[in-house]
Structures are given as structure tokens and as C-alpha cells.
Design a protein around this ligand. Structure first.
Ligand SMILES: [Fe+2]
Length: 693
């Protein structure tokens, strides 16, 4: 590496808050007296955001002394025995960053496995980590990666990681996973203490993983209020052995979703019990803890220190004025969300460019969750809202070519609410600046596959209660389809349409979305609209089941009254079934009539024969009860995505493979040309995902 490159590299390291290290040593055996002391590095090691010649390495080395700092020696080697050490560096840790450190190691070779470890003055060492650099931009080799989301150590086990490690260790070198894309809910800031819920959570018992030093109790759960609280929950999660082993085995690309800050949070605001409140100090605290615990190439405006976040001083101030793109103009809001910029793109060889976007920091207020929209919900149709009403709220003042109706009214006239959205700009998730960045990068990408790493799901999640025959509960009081109220891209029609139109207009091929948050497996097509409007896919889209957080099927099993007239649509039972079945999958894929038929006959074939072909041409697979992870393999000719589904992770498995599998299903999409329609071939490799297809 030339000295100019080094100067640039040092600047880059500083911008992301990392020490710089060089991988240009003549490979030689380690001269460090390293003996492993995992107890002194209780959160393990990690690596993040590799490119073709560099990667960020991380550890935590807590000291008792509250004011002092310590130095660690980092070694990076080409072998696990550290006989060929290629980079060494001293890195400081201090109390001010909770004893964490980040080192950006450059001068590495592309597409190579490296091993690394940290050692203190006395020779006490961290565990050994393994990381992998990306292939260089012209390298056409296949790229494999896993995408995951939503791990909850408070009420679930991380068996999915154990399975992932087990399979990868046994895979041929060329088929091994290159990195793990973590699409958020790495932590859940909402924590129950066991005494808060002696009855447990659905099928699970509550684990005593963390006690917030200065938490706030809301209803029966606790949330952090300071950086100490957010740090405490990261530390607690990293004490999970399966998660810690995964971080030590692969580089991670991390992006926050909502729970890294706040459950119903948007921009720097929180929402609890129906009330929005300013939380600029908590947003900065959340960003600081993310910065400290997730090695990532994220820009900080105050990037002047290697080891300190140096967040802005903000005051919790109500945000009342929003610009034409929904961004709150209040200075503390702008400072808080600007304290760490998460969206970025990373390239893996000639076949993959990954665009990771932030769905929380710049979004406008989500309309379906607002108090004013509550009358659109009804206990008769759990979680469903009329699509026509959601379209009015989403498009806001742009609805009907700028002529929004004064009220939102059901076809039977029984429900009518004022259209308070009619003066607002259309809903945005990305915000103006991030969207401009995303579209520009998409257009200019030279990679075969342009992969949108999206923390929230894009595929429409809708049902057809308008097709319920008379006599099956209360009639649906609206004329058309219903959308599930899950507050993701499913109901962001205008902005999602804008992105998909851009893809079509610029003849962008190989557009694939991988997403999390929905706690369910989905495979299908990116289309801006569905019948009765045009169905015109511009790409393929996937959603991964949660690692461990409970999904909708488990929630409905526990919360939907046993005598609910439409229980058959959610967790129905055939005549011979001993327990509830995930019929919500059938509702989403085939429609209400199929669910009724299944409840009557218990015959899935007969039920599928009544499929509503207009409901979900965009869905090839859906499992609202699945947990596990998803593996992508991208080549110059195709993209394959494999869902690896495990049983509900209620308890930690003691098996070395992490426990049994429910099913493994693979989707293959040949690369399409402009003007061609993307296709997905479905192949069930093992198990039987009965209601999902
Ligand atoms: Fe989640």
C-alpha cells in the first residue's frame, strides 16, 4: 500500500472511529505470549464490514478501574496457529467507550480467511476470531452470505446460529458463507424481568438476562434511558454462546431496525401507550451503544476520536414541524439522528453489491399505528385494515392526483374518520437524502445482483376478507382487500412504487431484496401494485424468519380467543388436527375461502383448489411461524436463496447441530434481461412446509 493510500486509510479509520492497522508485514510467527482467557473478554470478538482489502475487528476488555485506559495488542494471521502473522497493532480501550475497541485492518488480500486475536500486557488473550475479506470487484466467483434478523435473548434461544455454524464447518470451502448480514433487532431494548411476567411470553419463559441500571418501567416491561442501559443489553446478548460463536466465525454487516433504539420509535421520537414523546437523548445513547458494540463503517459527524463516540449534546424537545419530506426540523432531532449514519453499500466481487438502508431514522410517522386510525381496526378482523383506507393515509395529500377525500369511510357507512392526512406529504420510509443516495447507487451499480438489505419487509401482506361467504362472522364492511397492520413496506405504496418504477425505467436487472423484521419467511416478487391493479414485478424479494423472537402464529395461538368466529383464518384446525395450524399462511397465499375449506375438511389440496388467484401473485412462499436463517448464493447467472427453518426456539438445544430442522426450501432465480419478468423456481429440499406454498 502506498503512503498516499495509507493517509487516506487513516482518515477513513478516524471517520468510523477505528484504530488503523496495516497488513503488509512479511508473514512471520507470532512473538506474543498469548494464552486464552475468555473470562477477561466476556463479550468475545467480532469483525464487520469487510471489503476486498480491509475489515474492522472488535473486542471488549473491561477493567475495574473506572478512569484508566489499557492497551491491547492485535494480531491478524493467515493461519489459526498464528505462524503467519500479517498485521499487528496496538489498540487502546477505555472506560469512555465501555472498554470496547475497533481496529480497521487494511492491506489484506481479497477473498481470504484471516484469524485474529487480542492480547493484554500480561499475555492474557481473547478467543481467536475468524474473518473473511470480500473478493475484488472483478472477481466472478459465487458469493454466499446469510441474512438474519430479530434475536430475542429475553425469551428465546439462538439455536439458529448453532445450526449455521454446524453446517458451515462441514461445507466445502467454496460453498462456505462469506458474511452474515444482520438486519436488525440484534437486541430488544424492551426487557421483561421474570417477576414481571411469571406466566412467561406465549410459549416461552422469561430469562433474567439484564437489569437496567436506570431503566424506565412501562406497563410490565423496562426500557433503557441512558447509554449505560443500552450498553447493558448489548453485553447481555453477547453473553449468549451461540451468538458469540457466530460473531467469532464470520464478519457481520449490521444495521439497526427499531429495537436497537425503541419499539415504536421513528426519527428521535418514542411512542408508548399511544403517546409520542421526544427522545433525542435516548436516540444518541442508542447510536453510541451501537457504535461501541457493532464494528461497522458508519459515518460520524464528530469523527475526531479513535475510541470515543463523541455524540452531540441534545435536549429532549418536542418535534412539531416537519419539512416536505416528513423530516422533523427541530435541531435536537436532526443532531440525534445525524450522530451516526447507517446506510451504506458494500461490494462482493463482480456479482454482489449490497445496499443497506435505514428504515427508522428518517421515516415519517407511520399512519396505520396512529390513534386517529384506530377506528379502522376491529376485533372482528384481527390486525386487518382496509387497503383502500391505507392507500389514502399513505398517499396523503398526493392521493387521487392531489384530491384526497375529506373522510375515510367504509362502504356500509358505519365507519367514518376524518382524513387528517390530507394536508401531509406522502409517507416516507427512507427520507429524501437517503432515497436519493439509494437510487443513485442502484443506477450506477456494476454488480450482477443489486441486493437491497432492508431491515423491514417489502412484500405486501394482504388478505381477502371481502370474499368471506355470508354466515362466516361479521361481514367485512369495506369493498376491497385488507392489509395487515405491521408497519413495514407492505403499506408504503407510494414510496415503494417510486423505487420500483425507478428500477423499471432505468432497466436495472438483478434487483433482489433481502429483509427482516416480519418474523416470518417470505419469497416472492417486487411489484408496486397487485390486482385489481397491474401486477408487474421488477425484482425478487425475500424475508427471513426471526432467529428467535416470537412470530405472529405463536402470538395468535395465545391471544386470539378460542371462540373467535374467524379463528380459522389465523390459527385454524382441520377435523383431525390435535393443535392449531398456521392457516394464516394459507390466508395470505390463497385466501379466506381456502382457510374455510381446510377447517371443514382438513384437506390442504382441496383448500388450495379454492385459491384466489388475484390475492397474491407476488408470493411464492410464506411462513408466519418460521424461525431460522436464510442463505443467499449469487453467481453470474442466478441467485439462490435457501430458507433454513428450525422449530420454535423455546429452549437452547444441547445438540452440536443446534437441533432438528423443520424444513429447508430453496428458491432459484435465473438472471433476467431488461424487459423480461423475474422468475422463481421453488424446490423443497427437506421437510414439509405444508401451509406455506
Ligand atoms: Fe423483530
Amino acid at each position: 500500500m502506498s503512503s498516499i493510500d495509507r493517509r487516506k486509510f487513516t482518515k477513513l479509520a478516524l471517520a468510523i472511529g477505528a484504530t488503523a492497522a496495516w497488513g503488509d508485514l512479511f508473514a512471520s510467527p507470532s512473538d506474543t505470549r498469548w494464552r486464552e482467557r475468555r473470562d477477561l473478554f466476556p463479550e468475545g470478538v467480532a469483525s464487520g464490514d469487510p471489503d476486498s482489502n480491509s475489515v474492522i475487528l472488535w473486542t471488549r476488555y473491561p477493567r475495574d478501574e473506572k478512569t484508566s485506559t489499557a492497551d491491547l495488542q492485535l494480531e491478524v494471521a493467515e493461519d489459526e496457529e498464528f505462524q503467519r502473522v500479517v498485521a499487528k497493532s496496538k489498540t487502546p480501550v477505555s472506560n469512555s467507550s465501555d472498554w470496547t475497541c475497533r481496529v480497521l485492518v487494511g492491506g489484506l488480500k481479497p477473498a481470504r480467511v484471516y484469524w485474529y486475536r487480542f492480547t493484554d500486557k500480561e499475555g492474557n488473550g481473547s478467543r481467536i476470531g475468524r474473518t473473511i475479506t470480500a473478493p475484488d470487484d472483478h472477481d466472478p466467483r459465487p458469493v454466499s452470505f446469510v441474512f438474519v434478523s430479530c434475536q430475542n435473548a429475553n425469551d428465546g434461544a439462538q439455536n439458529a446460529y448453532r445450526r449455521m455454524i454446524f453446517e458451515d464447518e462441514r461445507a466445502p470451502e467454496a460453498d462456505r458463507i462469506g458474511f452474515v448480514l444482520h438486519l436488525g433487532d440484534f437486541i430488544y431494548e424492551i426487557v421483561w424481568y421474570p417477576e414481571d411476567r411469571p406466566q412467561g411470553m406465549y410459549d416461552r419463559k422469561i430469562r433474567d438476562i439484564v437489569r437496567y441500571p436506570d431503566g424506565e418501567k412501562i406497563r410490565d416491561f423496562h426500557v433503557p434511558t441512558t447509554v449505560e442501559g443500552y450498553r447493558a443489553v448489548y453485553r447481555a446478548y453477547l453473553h449468549d454462546p451461540d451468538l458469540q460463536d457466530a460473531r467469532a466465525r464470520w464478519p457481520f454487516v449490521n444495521m439497526w431496525d427499531n429495537h436497537e433504539f425503541s419499539w415504536l420509535g421513528w426519527q428521535s421520537l418514542q411512542k408508548f401507550e399511544g403517546k409520542t414523546r421526544p427522545a433525542q437523548t435516548r436516540k444518541v445513547a442508542a447510536n453510541q451503544a451501537f457504535f461501541e458494540f457493532q464494528p461497522a463503517r458508519m459515518a460520524r459527524p464528530n469523527g475526531t476520536s479513535l475510541e470515543n463516540f463523541n455524540g452531540p449534546k441534545v435536549i429532549d424537545t418536542p418535534v412539531t414541524k416537519f419539512d416536505d419530506h416528513g423530516l422533523g426540523e427541530e435541531p435536537n432531532n436532526l443532531a440525534a439522528i445525524g450522530s451516526l449514519t447507517g446506510y451504506r453499500s458494500i461490494r462482493w466481487g463482480s456479482n454482489v453489491e449490497l445496499f443497506v438502508t435505514d428504515q427508522r431514522s428518517y421515516r415519517s410517522e407511520e399512519p396505520t399505528g396512529m390513534e386517529e386510525a384506530k377506528p379502522l381496526l376491529s376485533d372482528n378482523f384481527p390486525s386487518l385494515m382496509p387497503q383502500e383506507a391505507i392507500e389514502i393515509m399513505d398517499a396523503a395529500r398526493t392521493y387521487n392526483k392531489g384530491n384526497p377525500p375529506p373522510t375515510i369511510r367504509s362502504s356500509d357507512g358505519h365507519i367514518e374518520i376524518p382524513n387528517i392526512w390530507k394536508e401531509r406529504p406522502a409517507q416516507t420510509v427512507l427520507g429524501a437524502d437517503q432515497k436519493a443516495w439509494f437510487l443513485d447507487r442502484l443506477k450506477n451499480s456494476k454488480a450482477t445482483w443489486k441486493i437491497w438489505g432492508n431491515t423491514t419487509a417489502t412484500l405486501d401482506m394482504r388478505a381477502d376478507p371481502q370474499n368471506l361467504p355470508p354466515g362466516s362472522g361479521t361481514p367485512w364492511p369495506w369493498s376491497g382487500y385488507a392489509g395487515f397492520v405491521i408497519q413495514d413496506w407492505s403499506t408504503v405504496y407510494v414510496e415503494r412504487g417510486e423505487i420500483y418504477d425507478f428500477v423499471r425505467d432505468h432497466k436495472i436487472t438483478g434487483f433482489a431484496t433481502v429483509a427482516g423484521d416480519r418474523h416470518s419467511f417470505w419469497a416472492g416478487f417486487a411489484s408496486k401494485s397487485l390486482p385489481p391493479t397491474a401486477f408487474s414485478p421488477v425484482g425478487i424479494a425475500f424475508v427471513t424468519g426471526s432467529i428467535s423472537a416470537p412470530g405472529l402464529v405463536e402470538a395468535f395461538e395465545h391471544s386470539l380467543p378460542k371462540d373467535h368466529p374467524l379463528r380459522v383464518l389465523y390459527v385454524g384446525q382441520g377435523p383431525a388436527d390435535q393443535s392449531p395450524q398456521p392457516t394464516i399462511n394459507m390466508l395470505l397465499r390463497h385466501g379466506a375461502k381456502s382457510c374455510l375449506e381446510y377447517a371443514k375438511t382438513g384437506d390442504i389440496q382441496k383448500a388450495r383448489a379454492l385459491s384466489n388467484p388475484d390475492l397474491s401473485p407476488h408470493v411464492s412462499f410464506v411462513d408466519m411461524g418460521g424461525h431460522g436463517y436464510s442463505v443467499v448464493r449469487a453467481t453470474s447467472g442466478s441467485l439462490e436463496t435457501e430458507f433454513v427453518c428450525i422449530p420454535r426456539p423455546v429452549e437452547r438445544s444441547t445438540r452440536e447441530d443446534g437441533g432438528p430442522l423443520n424444513y429447508r426450501v430453496r428458491f432459484r432465480s435465473p438472471l433476467w434481461k431488461p424487459e423480461q419478468t423475474p422468475k422463481l423456481e421453488v424446490q423443497i429440499i427437506e421437510g414439509n412446509p405444508r401451509f406455506s406454498i
